[in-house]
Design a protein around this ligand. Structure first.
Ligand code: SAH
Ligand code: SF4
Length: 415
């Protein structure tokens, strides 16, 4: 299925909606956006327009409130900031978010966005990253990207086949969450999105963040660490560190650092219980083998029964899915406060792997369950919109210029 098919299916009432926005070619990125900056970044911006030092702390607090707690997209809305300063801010900066290039809504409420990041450094070009929103009755989890592409080449992962272009900045990571809140109306006083599958409990739609989109978050450590501090700030976006999970393929030295300096929840992309197989599936294993990885998990400061580490295990037919593998998995994790997440493999064009049969997954899951781990299989979500890593971006890239135009025209006429 490609995006054109999805759009056609929408017109036929199949439930998935696709919407694309024309890039605003009239906008030149001379004014920098403040959306996503931390307190130090906002203070610098204020200094740059001549706000005296003694006033800056108070002004930062005001900006923080309006940008992150209220979600405003214009300086005009900041009613407790004097008109003169508002005008100065608007003359020098914007509150622009990354542009939403494609939005897809699945029948089950899952949403997927392709975002275009403006160039952040001279000579750079705009890059696209994707994020996925997975609603459940009591929570809404946003899966964000930390890099454009990934250097790690895990053999079953489509992102690994894309050339790494760059790390995202902390502001670009935070801005992803802001886009999701904008699109869902998830700020106090805003009109909330309605539709099947959205959370019905609690008053927020985006409650949890997982770094499971494109990229290896621990290779973009500084950005990820800084972004988590902004996301978790109780006076702003307010997504506490226990509701933020960083997923890593196993960059051992950075795991320890993350635990010590930041302390979010941790997920490990394990996928194999033997070094020889993990060397092939997750090649960073050659540098940091299983023993070192599990030691880092044992020492992860935040880990406890209440804050268990998630071990992700993708089910690959005939590769890592035997009952012996399941038993070895349970044995390997003994003594670590752990959750196990069995992920049905999501195939992509050109992959040599297949997803395990359902009975095999059930058998594997039973062994894991009997060892004391509850409901370990992750239900595939948003299958009708290909809501898996790397896939929306590659589907869009495959379209010819003519098809892209047709897609935009269709989306524009649907608006
Ligand atoms: N780079 C980080 C985070 C992004 S990948 C990491 O590897 O942990 C998020 C999760 O999706 C990882 O567990 C990854 O192994 C898994 N994944 C990647 N491609 C997949 C696919 N095609 N099907 C199922 N899971 C996949
Ligand atoms: Fe990179 Fe994670 Fe994909 Fe491996 S699984 S290639 S680390 S994004």
């Amino acid at each position: 299925m490609n995006l054109i098919d999805t759009t056609a299916a929408t017109a036929a009432g199949a439930g998935a909606a696709v919407e694309a926005h024309r890039p605003d070619t009239t906008r030149t990125p001379v004014r920098r956006s403040l959306a996503g900056l931390d307190r130090a970044g906002l203070a610098e911006a204020l200094a740059a327009i001549g706000v005296p030092e003694r006033e800056r702390r108070m002004r930062v607090a005001q900006l923080w409130h309006w940008i992150y707690l209220r979600g405003v997209a214009s300086f005009d809305a900041m009613t407790n900031v004097g008109k003169g300063l508002r005008e100065k801010l608007a003359g020098a900066f914007t509150l622009d978010r990354p542009e939403v290039v494609v939005e897809q809504v699945s029948n089950d409420g899952t949403r997927k966005w392709l975002l275009r990041l403006p160039p952040d450094i001279a000579g750079d070009k705009p890059h696209d990253v994707e994020m996925v929103y997975i609603p459940e009755s009591d929570r809404g989890t946003l899966c964000v990207s930390s890099q454009v592409g990934c250097t790690l080449n895990c053999s079953f992962c489509h992102t690994g086949t894309q050339r790494l272009v760059r790390n995202l900045s902390a502001a670009e990571i935070v801005a992803q969450v802001m886009v999701a809140r904008d699109r869902l109306g998830d700020y106090p006083g805003m009109e909330r999105a309605v539709g099947p599958g959205l959370p019905t409990e609690g008053d927020r739609l985006v409650t949890n963040i997982v770094f499971m989109g494109m990229g290896e978050p621990l290779y973009a450590y500084d950005s990820v660490a800084k972004a988590i501090e902004v996301l978790a700030d109780g006076e702003g976006l307010g997504i506490g560190k226990r509701r933020i999970t960083v997923s890593t393929s196993g960059v051992v030295p950075e795991i320890e650092k993350l635990g010590r300096e930041v302390g979010p929840m941790l997920a490990i992309s394990l996928h194999a219980v033997r070094d020889d197989l993990r060397d092939v599936l997750v090649p960073i294993n050659k540098k940091y083998p299983l023993r070192e990885l599990l030691d880092a998990c044992r020492n992860y400061p935040a880990a406890s029964n209440a804050k268990r580490i998630t071990f992700e295990y993708v089910m690959l037919k005939g590769v890592n899915d035997s009952p012996a593998d399941a038993k070895a998995l349970v044995k390997l994790l003994a003594g670590i406060p752990a959750k196990i997440n069995l992920i049905p493999f999501n195939p992509w064009p050109g992959t040599k792997y297949e997803c395990s049969d359902w009975e095999t997954i059930e058998q594997f899951s039973d062994i894991v369950f009997r060892a004391g781990y509850s409901s370990p299989v992750r239900t595939p979500r948003g299958r009708d919109i290909l809501a898996a890593c790397g896939q929306l971006k590659s589907e869009t890239e495959k379209l010819s210029a003519r098809e892209r135009l047709a897609l935009r025209a269709m989306a524009a006429s649907a608006e």
